[in-house]
Design a protein around this ligand. Structure first.
Ligand code: HEC
Ligand code: HEC
Length: 257
């Protein structure tokens, strides 16, 4: 009996050690090398200190796509399909060095905690009309991006900026086509597709439409956002509540949205 228990202990400690010690490139030099690569290739989205930006905060100690060294290696080398997270073309040793650096965030203890009350934020999301344009928790409009998992994708700072200054960064899918037709009517919508002859728009009043350029009198693209700025319309507390609500819209294990 004793020896069975002893060998179980040995087995458990081996398993535990493997969970943490997979990374063959985890010395202080490796971390420093990883830090250099991170600064150039990851910081533009995750911030120099890993606290996030256009990409999520990596310092909270929890990773939806898996937090073991092997998981991080896979996420970083392959990227995450269907999201802004790209794969990288570094050799294996360099990817391990990046993993070592990303791991060091945990130890830095810089956990992103956000003030604000998520359930009050959820109410504001309706009251302020956000839901007219954005999908969240299975309901809402489609004039803006789907926010169903935005909390897994962006940092608190980015969300705050998106609410106060929607024009700071508008991706081309949300530029608005303003078309005046030869018959005097006008169209307003997102450009879905275009070629030499046709422009396909998602018209704000009538849905998807294919229009022939030869019928246009005037065709302009407005690169500003249709989302109104909420600067001055929300108190600091309301803004915190909204950001905290948006951060709570996380990917759920077992769901693919
Ligand atoms: C163009 C922006 C961008 C760049 C560059 C980028 N990322 Fe990401 N990253 C993202 C986004 C967006 C996500 C969230 C994907 C999702 O789950 O929807 C993400 C997710 C991740 C995750 C998974 C987080 C989790 O919860 O599991 C890790 C780890 C990560 N990135 C590390 C890196 C590293 C390391 C680099 C540099 C080699 C890098 N990223 C470069 C945008 C980026
Ligand atoms: C009239 C429609 C409209 C309303 C109302 C609106 N939005 Fe938006 N929102 C958009 C559009 C379009 C974009 C994409 C262009 C941009 O970044 O401004 C966007 C972008 C965003 C983003 C950035 C998403 C990303 O991928 O990073 C966030 C966050 C956001 N909105 C939150 C809100 C919140 C919170 C409210 C209410 C306080 C709100 N929106 C109200 C249309 C709207």
């Amino acid at each position: 009996m004793r020896s069975a228990a002893a060998s179980l202990m040995v087995l458990l400690s081996v398993v535990a050690a493997r969970g943490q010690m997979n990374n063959p490139h985890a010395t202080a030099e490796d971390r420093a090398a990883g830090s250099k690569i991170f600064r150039c290739h990851c910081a533009p989205c995750h911030g120099v200190k890993g606290t996030g930006g256009l990409g999520p905060n990596l310092t909270t100690g929890s990773f939806f796509h898996g937090g073991s060294d092997a998981d991080l290696y896979r996420t970083i080398s392959e990227g995450i399909a269907g999201t802004a997270m790209p794969g990288v073309f570094f050799d294996g040793a360099q990817v391990w060095q990046i993993v070592a650096f990303v791991r060091s965030f945990d130890q830095a203890g810089a956990r992103g905690s956000v003030p604000g009350n998520a359930s009050r934020g959820g109410q504001l999301f309706r009251q302020q009309g956000c839901i007219d344009c954005h999908l969240a928790r299975g309901e809402g409009g489609v004039k803006g991006p789907d926010l169903s998992v935005i909390g897994s994708q962006r940092s608190a700072e980015h969300l705050r900026e998106s609410i106060l200054d929607p024009n700071a960064r508008v991706s081309p899918e949300f530029w608005v086509a303003k078309i005046v037709m030869k018959d005097g009517s006008s169209r307003l919508g997102f450009v879905m597709n275009q070629d030499t002859y046709m422009v396909q728009i998602l018209d704000f009043s009538s849905g998807l439409q294919s229009l022939s350029r030869s019928d246009f009198k005037d065709f302009g693209i407005d690169r500003s956002s249709i989302m109104p700025s909420y600067q001055g319309k929300l108190s600091e507390t309301e803004l915190d509540d909204l950001v905290s609500y948006l951060l709570s819209l996380k990917r759920q294990p077992g769901r693919s949205e």
